[in-house]
Design a protein around this ligand. Structure first.
Ligand SMILES: [Mg+2]
Length: 379
């Protein structure tokens, strides 16, 4: 089989009720670079790139596409190494890797379709037929009702069946952050798991101080307390706090994760399959983590394609540690309004009672709805 073309589709949708994170970014649109890889056997594979879509498209169109056409999709890791070694002198992190991730995922989709097996069967098999999902949300919308709106949104997810929720923190006021997290914890009760995500807005001392204050609230993890460049700072925060410290959505490749994992700078690493180098590279990152007793719980933020790729990867991750009643790695099921996540697949990935079934169809296990693709396509 030979690859005949690589096409990037930029999809964009408007967010009716814009929301804000600790970064100060206002999310008023959702966009994604979707990668379509065609072959001479009529099999098409789909992938997705994390981050600003036009840059990913430009990188693929100008740097990667000419090197991928004519290759055999089953040579997925040969292609990966070739593309990486072509670009790393100019960027071994960031866009060059997010763009590469989209191609890698599409090649795994093609391989699965070619042999009529889901991707998890090609990467070692599923440790579980269904995954536990946690709802990501509780951004900042109404600055006058920050505590109330968080409580209401958390109660909504609990009523929808979620048994775990991740909320945003980082309001520039540690006392308000603490009050808001405590209010959510009280509202959802002890039976629903809760994590917090600061989107790297704190200094090391701020993170340690707030982390200690939050420890009595029974949190699963404290995500991205500090800036992703400061791996030594992560080690400081991780050592100072009893609760787990997580991060890695802004880290890339096995080399980027190597020192984080070896130094145990984080208790939980969160590579994103659409960012860190695709399914091929995330498997290597997960192996590094396993060897060091670090948990791997992937980050996910994108369309139905990225979500499906994450579920396939997650299904193949072992329990850490294996035991009588393990706590399997959970699926990040982001819940902010996003039609690209909810409608791009003909049979969307959904949760029931906090559980998502691992798709058993070929490749990523979803079928892209071209009418929806065209509806949201802007370039
Ligand atoms: Mg995060």
């Amino acid at each position: 089989m030979r690859i005949t073309d690589v096409t990037c589709h930029i999809l964009q949708s408007k967010v009716e009720q814009p929301f804000v994170s600790a970064r100060g970014w206002v999310y008023s649109t959702r966009a994604s670079c979707i990668v379509e890889v065609s072959t001479d056997e009529g099999i098409t594979g789909w992938g997705e790139c994390y981050g600003p879509a036009a840059v990913n498209k430009a990188l693929i169109d100008t740097q990667y596409r000419p090197r991928v056409i004519g290759r055999d999709p089953f040579d997925v890791e040969v292609v990966w190494e070739d593309l990486y070694n072509r670009i790393k002198d100019y960027g071994a992190q960031g866009f060059s890797i997010t763009a590469l991730s989209g191609i890698d995922i599409a090649l795994w989709d093609i391989m699965g379709r070619a042999v009529n097996k889901p991707v998890h069967k090609l990467i070692g098999g599923a440790h579980r037929a269904e995954v536990q999902a946690y709802a990501t949300g509780l951004y900042f919308i109404d600055m006058e009702r920050l505590v109330e709106e968080a409580v209401e949104e958390a109660q909504k997810y609990a009523a929808q069946g979620f048994h775990a929720i991740k909320m945003k923190i980082g309001l520039g006021d540690a006392k308000l952050d603490l009050r808001r997290v405590a209010a959510v914890r009280e509202a959802i009760g002890p039976g629903v798991k809760l994590a917090v995500d600061a989107n790297h807005c704190f200094t090391v001392p701020q993170a340690i101080q707030l982390g200690r204050a939050m420890e009595e609230l029974d949190l699963m993890w404290f995500e991205e307390p500090i800036s992703p460049e400061d791996h030594a700072g992560y080690a400081q925060v991780s050592q100072a706090l009893d609760m787990a410290v997580a991060g890695g959505e802004n880290d890339f490749t096995r080399w980027g994760f190597r020192d984080i994992i070896a130094s145990k700078a984080m208790d939980i690493v969160q590579p994103d399959v659409c960012a860190a180098g695709g399914i091929s590279e995330c498997r290597k990152i997960a192996a590094l983590a396993s060897a060091h007793g670090v948990e791997c719980v992937p980050h996910a933020w994108g369309s139905a394609i990225g979500l499906a790729a994450t579920v396939q990867f997650l299904a193949a991750l072992p329990d850490t540690p294996p035991c009588l009643r393990p706590a399997p790695p959970m699926l990040e099921f982001e819940q902010t309004p996003n039609p690209l996540r909810d409608h791009l697949a003909k049979e969307p990935i959904v949760q029931v009672n906090g559980i998502v079934a691992v798709p058993g169809g070929p490749g990523l296990g979803i079928e892209v709805d071209r009418a929806v693709l065209n509806q949201y396509k802007v370039a």
